[in-house]
Design a protein around this ligand. Structure first.
Ligand code: AMP
Ligand code: GLY
Length: 426
């Protein structure tokens, strides 16, 4: 089969390396990809939001199957446009992807279907005063979220009422997140440990993957601003079998059934961002795709041919597909550019690639080749240095050995990835 991956980050590099293992894949493309992905797939210079150009590329090149990585093309209707052109694809339709594309939709959906999530209300342009009044009725801290996609930056957690008022004004009146802020959600603050629970869904059957934990803040000890994710590990000890059973029963299964009942059949990866509270697992957000960097630690632990599972999701029959996982753990440490998550600097030469110890995989998140053919930084997150291990401790140690072997000027990374899950951590 000729397969096209859409996207350009570490997640898409992990998808590419996993799909390359499939005997059914005879040719792999990636649009737009990056320099590292270019070593595994033929990269195609089409952006993820250029739906007509992606559909045309598939028609011109007889592409058999498309795997959509990021949320933007899903919310713009890429899988719908491909289906209309007779091209099979992995990923939810535009209507189903609203679960990620609109936080107000997701919260209202959860309310309709009795899915555990924090108390909330939705406000639109011109309702800043009403929003401020609602916030005053909640205990702090206050969680203010722009409704639409904002590259992980649209969630503001405010310690003081003054900051909450300001956040509401920034989003609704000053349009700090553009049209993503046409509406906002104010939400109860939930306390606990976070867990990423991703699942495969064919629209009726839902099968959880191994659990993972992401590290969203830029600095050690969860300090500093939020990022796209600075590292991850899987499986997460906090995701016990009992907890996963509970989350399937109370969250994943009712979501898939509820979406089908509303005529928005959800086929693809359903990612539930959970907070493990004293009241049980509660939903912070849904994503309609693999997490990044969660994909970099979960996909290497998958035994199956990934393409078989993706096709079962898009075509049906997931209930007949035995999904098997490897023993052991996987850890990834993200190396980010100077300036990230603000304005990252590009063009720094990357050293040490190809010299990492055996067992390490370096996924490329944001790299390019410069005029002299050198691998350079090009983006915020640059590399995702990933290692397996029989134990989590082994995986952590090997990943950091890998981190020591590569680098670039201004490189930032966290020293405490997976630390809280290691034996002896509190
Ligand atoms: P989201 O994009 O909705 O997952 O939000 C980004 C991050 O903000 C989450 O990973 C949490 O760390 C935090 N967060 C979001 N919603 C809440 C909430 N209701 N209570 C506490 N923290 C939250
Ligand atoms: N790692 C969080 C996300 O992919 O949204």
């Amino acid at each position: 089969m000729k397969v096209l991956i859409v996207g350009s980050g570490g997640r898409e590099h992990a998808l590419a390396l996993k799909l390359k293992q499939s005997p059914k894949v005879e040719k792999l493309y990636c649009a737009p990809g990056n320099a590292g992905i270019g070593e595994a797939a033929e990269t195609v210079d089409i952006g993820v939001a250029d739906i007509p150009a992606l559909v045309k590329f598939c028609a011109d090149n007889a592409i058999d199957y498309v795997v959509v990585g990021p949320e933007l093309p899903l919310t713009l209707g890429l899988t719908d446009a491909l289906a209309a052109a007779g091209v099979r694809a992995f990923g939810p339709t535009k209507e189903a992807a609203r679960l990620e594309g609109s936080k107000a939709f997701a919260k209202d959906f959860m309310k309709r279907h009795g899915i555990p999530t924090g108390a909330y209300a939705v406000f639109h342009a011109g309702e800043a005063d009403k929003a401020k009044a609602f916030a005053r009725g909640l205990p702090g801290p206050w969680v203010v979220k722009a409704d639409g996609l904002a590259a992980g930056k649209g969630v503001l957690i405010c310690q003081y009422m003054d900051d909450t008022d300001k956040a509401i004004e920034e989003i609704l009146d000053k349009k700090a997140f553009g049209d993503a802020g046409n509406a906002l959600v104010i939400e109860e603050y939930l306390d606990g440990e976070e867990l990423s629970l991703m699942a495969f869904s064919d629209g009726s059957t839902v099968v959880p993957m191994l659990t993972a934990q992401d590290h969203k803040r830029i600095f050690d000890h969860d300090e500093g601003p939020n990022t796209g994710g600075m590292g991850a590990y899987a499986p997460a000890p906090a995701g016990t079998p009992e907890l996963v059973r509970q989350a399937c029963r109370d969250i994943l299964e009712p979501v898939v059934a509820g979406m089908a009942a509303e005529g928005r059949v959800f086929r693809g990866v359903l990612y539930a961002g959970l907070m493990l509270t004293e009241r049980g697992p509660m939903v912070l957000e849904f994503n309609a795709r693999f997490g990044d960097p969660e994909a970099e630690v979960v996909l290497p632990l998958l035994e199956n041919d990934l393409l078989d599972i993706l096709e079962a999701c898009s075509d049906g029959g997931l209930e007949r597909m035995p999904i098997r996982w490897k023993d052991g753990s996987c850890v990834t440490v993200v190396l980010a550019a100077a300036g990230y998550p603000g304005n990252p600097r590009g063009g720094d030469v990357i050293r040490g690639l190809g010299q990492t110890p055996p067992g390490i995989t370096v996924y490329h998140c944001g790299t390019a080749l410069d005029a002299q053919g050198r691998m350079v930084t090009a983006g915020g997150r640059i590399l995702s240095v990933t290692a397996p291990g029989q134990t989590l401790r082994e995986a952590v140690d090997l990943a950091y050995t890998g981190v020591g072997a590569v680098g670039f000027d201004g490189c930032q990374y966290r020293r405490d990835i997976a630390k809280r899950a290691l034996p002896g951590a509190k």
